[in-house]
Write a protein that binds this ligand. Structure first.
Ligand code: HEC
Ligand code: HEC
Length: 188
């Protein structure tokens, strides 16, 4: 190969590696690790408590981001910090791949609140996806536990959970808006 080709190829390859990092994922290892999660998040990723999030069909990038945030302490939650502290990067990627592959679930939500929430939901879909299925760093909201969704929206509003995009959005939402949106998305 000529020196010129080398010269061109190296930057092109490094761009490829930068945009699509080679993450090797081991689904069966993820499934085994998940044994320590299902007591709270449910055997099929549908949680046993409406305060605890479903993980089934959640976006893999988002799941990995959150596990890293609990591990580093940028997202505060005593239960999850204890769980995440011992996870390696491989564990995190394997768990994310496992849970994203489980079939989506619906949690249901109060029907009257949900129909009011539907009318306000359009402003959320640009980031969270046309069907609220999520996209990469933007989490799936469809079918998530309404109590959990509401708690997170309040967390962004109070600043106990930090994210610039979400903190800007919730600044304009009332408590009633948040209840209605949580019921709507939970019922999808
Ligand atoms: C003792 C109960 C418990 C166990 C066990 C547990 N979790 Fe959690 N998890 C929670 C709670 C509670 C939250 C919500 C935290 C909050 O309100 O911010 C959560 C949140 C999460 C989130 C964020 C979800 C979202 O939508 O933002 C992820 C990802 C997660 N857990 C993954 C796991 C994994 C993977 C395991 C196993 C290694 C695990 N959890 C074990 C209780 C638990
Ligand atoms: C500009 C893009 C954007 C818009 C618009 C947006 N979100 Fe988000 N949302 C995000 C991002 C990014 C996250 C993930 C934050 C993180 O990583 O902690 C998020 C997270 C959330 C979460 C936490 C989910 C979980 O599993 O913990 C909820 C709930 C949420 N958004 C609801 C909404 C609602 C309701 C609306 C409309 C009123 C909305 N979002 C509009 C970008 C957006």
């Amino acid at each position: 190969m000529s020196a010129l080709k080398h010269f061109l190829l190296i930057p092109v390859l490094s761009i490829c590696f930068w945009t699509t990092p080679a993450v090797s994922v081991d689904l069966s290892a993820g499934g085994q690790k998940a044994a320590s999660c299902v007591g709270c998040h449910g055997a099929q990723g549908k949680s046993n408590n409406n305060q605890w999030p479903n993980l089934a069909a959640q976006q893999a990038t988002y799941l990995a981001n959150q596990l890293n945030a609990f591990k580093s302490g940028t997202r505060a939650n005593a239960m999850m910090q204890a769980m995440a502290t011992n996870l390696s990067d491989d564990d995190i990627n394997n768990l994310a791949a496992y849970f994203t592959g489980l079939p989506a679930v619906s949690s249901g939500g109060d029907a009257a609140l949900a129909s009011a929430g539907a009318a306000k939901s359009a402003m959320c879909l640009g980031c969270h996806g046309a069907k609220a299925q999520g996209n990469g760093q933007f989490p799936r909201l469809a079918g998530q536990q309404p109590e959990y969704l509401l708690a997170q929206l309040k967390g962004f509003k109070e600043g106990s959970r930090k994210n610039g995009m979400m903190q800007a959005i919730v600044a304009n939402l009332s408590e009633q808006d948040m209840q209605q949106l949580a019921a709507y998305f939970g019922g999808l």
